[in-house]
Design a protein around this ligand. Structure first.
Ligand code: ADP
Length: 482
């Protein structure tokens, strides 16, 4: 039960005001577990998105002039409000996204942690003093907010993906406009409501709900007031946005697709490896960009690992995210289910064998059985594409160098995981994996204190840690003759 029904907002948040679309058009928000419409949010036009940008441009100057401590205080209040309303925010999240309520609570805590972290980091935006290159010259380097930043986020983490962007933007002294996924706008709007209550000035943070993804992307890239674009989503859309942003030479952060390898060496603790694989493969029903996509197991432990993983997977409980004991919710939409089916069919046609799952769940709809196949090979679609679903293919390997080559044989480079004990092997493999994030003997790597981001075609920039705020700052060097 919601304690604050007003956190379910059916207006967009533009320039500090709660508004409907001038056209009167709305977007249906659908609960993926039941398929029913739970809310309707405004479907804003490109012109209305531009108004949000204009209000950000107006608001940012006074905000940037405030002391860092003052900005930090507002963010801290926002963090406190998010945590005070963690349960309500989790209920809204599960209702629109489907993940089990325990995972939704975790996401709210995780999202809020970025607001807390960057509230603290606001006070540590240090410059530099460099010894002058002539006796009369003094050189100072200062860091200043980049200006208006705009973000586009997906549906898999409707709260945390936004928090990771808006928190460093506001901490740095920027204004921020978010266009949440049209599938999950309610979590974003609830964040807007709490930001307003925390004292975030009008216009500094806007939430534009619109079904016009490409028009909004163009407005963000073409509007001269926007100086920074931050995107989380597919590599395909990331490429489009980077090309568009080039015209204005706009600073971009991109958190794009992954194709995470998860390697189990024969000296691994198999029980721990299974626990890690379950957490990493099936969290959010496999719908995260850091989910294991390819599980490589050394031949000496292949059968034993497969059997243990099967037992663990068969304990997962599929159902409505609000039902007691549910550990796997629905997939987000029919397209997502289809992708799992396609990867499975492709694997089976190339010689893989299903050892558990392999079909839609008896409840139908967006529910699909968690599936493991053995006998996966590098020529299968799953070896090169991200499944984004509860499909775990087990590849067999013998040689360490071979598995590293296979793990790196992808355009992606976001997260990789491996389980091993030998210290020399651990060090060499961690260094050889071409990924931005490597989990060693752990399947969970996300935290606000570490730099999250990918290499290769998985992205540009980092979110979280002391590095995350740099993406919202410009450096200015001041050369002074005395
Ligand atoms: P996913 O498969 O995770 O939804 P997408 O890259 O398709 O990944 O979508 C991520 C976000 O980008 C979503 O909010 C989507 O609506 C938005 N989006 C899709 N196409 C475009 C585009 N051409 N320009 C801007 N945003 C887009």
């Amino acid at each position: 039960m919601l304690t604050r029904a007003d956190l379910v907002c059916e207006d967009a948040f533009v320039g500090g005001k709660w508004v409907q679309a001038r056209s009167g058009d709305t977007i249906d928000v659908i609960n993926p577990a039941r398929g029913d419409v739970i809310a309707r949010v405004p479907d804003l036009s490109r012109a209305e998105v531009a108004e949000a940008i204009a209000s950000g441009e107006t608001a940012r100057h006074d905000w940037a002039k405030r002391t860092a401590k003052d900005r930090a205080g507002v963010l801290r209040k926002w963090f406190n409000l998010m945590m005070d309303h963690q349960e309500d925010l989790a209920i809204i999240l599960t209702a629109e996204q489907g993940k089990p309520i325990a995972e939704a609570r975790g996401e709210i805590g995780y999202g809020a942690s970025f607001i807390e972290w960057f509230a603290e980091e606001a006070k540590r935006i240090y410059g530099e003093t460099i010894p002058g290159h002539q006796p009369n010259l003094r050189i100072n380097v200062i860091k200043q907010p980049i200006g208006v930043a705009a973000g586009i986020t997906p549906w898999n983490f409707p709260n945390a993906m936004i928090a990771r962007k808006v928190a460093p933007a506001l901490a740095a002294g920027c204004a921020f406009i978010i266009r949440p996924s049209e599938l999950t706008p309610l979590s974003a709007l609830a964040m807007g409501k709490l930001a307003q209550e925390a004292g975030v000035p009008d216009g500094l943070f806007s939430v534009v709900t619109t079904s016009d993804a490409s028009g909004t992307g163009k407005e963000f890239c073409e509007n001269e007031a926007v100086r920074k674009l931050t995107f989380t989503g597919s590599t395909q859309v990331g490429r489009i946005l980077l090309k568009q942003a080039a015209d204005q030479v706009m600073k971009c952060s991109m958190e794009l697709g992954g194709n995470a390898p998860f390697i189990v060496f024969d000296d691994a603790d198999l029980d721990e490896a299974v626990t890690g694989a379950i957490a990493c493969k099936f969290r959010n029903n496999g719908q995260t960009c850091v989910c294991a996509n390819r599980i490589y197991v050394q031949s000496g432990v292949y059968d034993a690992f497969a059997e243990k993983l099967k037992i663990a997977v068969e304990k997962l409980q599929i159902g409505d995210g609000f039902a007691d004991g549910t550990t796997l919710g629905p997939m987000i939409e029919a397209k997502a289910v289809k992708k799992v089916e396609n990867h499975l069919a492709d694997a089976l046609s190339k010689g893989a064998t299903v050892i558990t799952g392999g079909k839609p769940h008896k409840d139908g709809g967006m529910f699909y059985e968690p599936t493991i196949v053995t006998g996966a090979t590098q020529d299968m679609a799953v070896a090169t594409e991200e499944t984004f679903g509860p499909f775990a293919p087990l590849f067999k390997f013998d040689d360490v160098d071979d598995v590293i080559a296979q793990a790196n044989d992808t355009i992606f480079g976001l997260a990789a995981y491996f389980y091993a004990k030998d210290l020399s092997r651990v060090t060499k493999v961690a260094e050889a994996l071409e990924y931005g994030i490597v989990g060693v003997n752990t399947g969970i790597i996300s935290t606000e204190v570490a730099p999250f981001g990918g290499v290769k075609q998985s992205g540009l920039g980092r979110e979280g840690s002391r590095h995350g705020i740099e993406d919202y700052l410009e450096m200015k060097y001041i050369c002074m003759s005395v």
